[in-house]
Design a protein around this ligand. Structure first.
Ligand SMILES: [Zn+2]
Length: 282
């Protein structure tokens, strides 16, 4: 069921820490400033270049994170403190604006780069006692005073397509454009299983019970640090009753009468596409 979607790419080797025998490989760099990606001139395929070679020595920078190996080159994210350090022909671009404009592997690297630089910038001091944090070998950090540990922040969120025979449940969130519908999603609470989060979110937002919850695929969603975990579930019982806050409208739709839905940029678009292309039951 797993399908390719932005920010998810299995071709990058993310093994960390690097084995000593790899450390002499050529390197390349993604530069990040204030959550934006530094892009250069268009390359031969018409995409903006985001992976730069030999621009500056990474040792001079305070924020540097290893983000993976690509084509036998080691890729690093470098957090720039000021955009005044940029060459004239370089630009700062939002991660979201790179979707569809750069190669999938580049987009996945850029998503990692933005999140890991942000982690570096926001974990200099201990959240418990204010002491200096020291880097560990496994990307984590440990407080030099109180031994508090921290790791790059990830917020798991479930997203679920609910089916009732040949219909799909679609809902409108209060922050969607007026004609847009999608499937339901929500953050996982501490102590919950993913399946529990699916059942709870659907009950909270539309008042329905679901059953037969099965995994579909996952997608890193770096806005700012979600991991979307997609599921398919079957309607069990209940009548649609929206919460009126997060969800203002919800209904069952047949596949040939769908409203405006998300594109395949996101896992929601992939889940709905799966439903549209599902073989009809005989
Ligand atoms: Zn501390």
């Amino acid at each position: 069921m797993c399908q390719r979607m932005p920010f998810s790419n299995d071709e990058l080797d993310f093994t960390y820490p690097l084995p000593a025998n790899l450390k002499e490989r050529p390197s390349c760099y993604i530069y990040i400033h204030n959550g934006k990606v530094v892009t250069g001139l268009l390359n031969s395929t018409g995409s903006p270049t985001i992976l730069h070679e030999n621009i500056e020595s990474p040792q001079d920078k305070k924020t540097i994170q290893y983000i993976g190996e690509l084509n036998e080159k080691l890729c690093y994210a470098i957090g720039l403190e000021s955009h005044e350090e940029l060459h004239e022909e370089l630009q700062l671009v939002l991660l979201r604006d790179l979707i569809g404009k750069v190669d999938e592997r580049m987009l996945a690297l850029a998503g990692r780069a933005v999140q890991l630089v942000e982690f570096e910038l926001t974990s200099k001091y201990c959240g418990r006692c204010g002491g200096l944090m020291e880097a560990l070998e496994d990307r984590g950090k440990k407080c030099s005073k109180c031994d508090f540990f921290t790791y790059p922040r990830l917020s798991p969120a479930i997203i679920a397509l609910v089916m009732k025979e040949d219909e799909v449940l679609l809902a409108r969130s209060s922050h969607f454009r007026p004609d847009m519908y999608s499937i339901l999603a929500g953050f996982v609470e501490p102590g919950e299983t993913l399946e529990h989060a699916v059942r709870r979110e659907i009950m909270e937002e539309v008042g329905l019970n679901v059953k037969n919850i099965r995994y579909f695929a996952s997608q890193p969603w770096p806005f700012p640090n979600s991991l979307m975990i997609g599921f398919i579930a079957d309607y069990a019982d209940g009548e649609i009753c929206v919460d009126g806050k997060e969800i203002i409208e919800a209904a069952w739709f047949k596949r040939d009468r769908l409203p405006l839905i998300p594109t395949k940029t996101s896992i929601s678009g992939h889940l709905i596409d799966w439903f549209i292309n599902m073989p009809e039951k005989k």
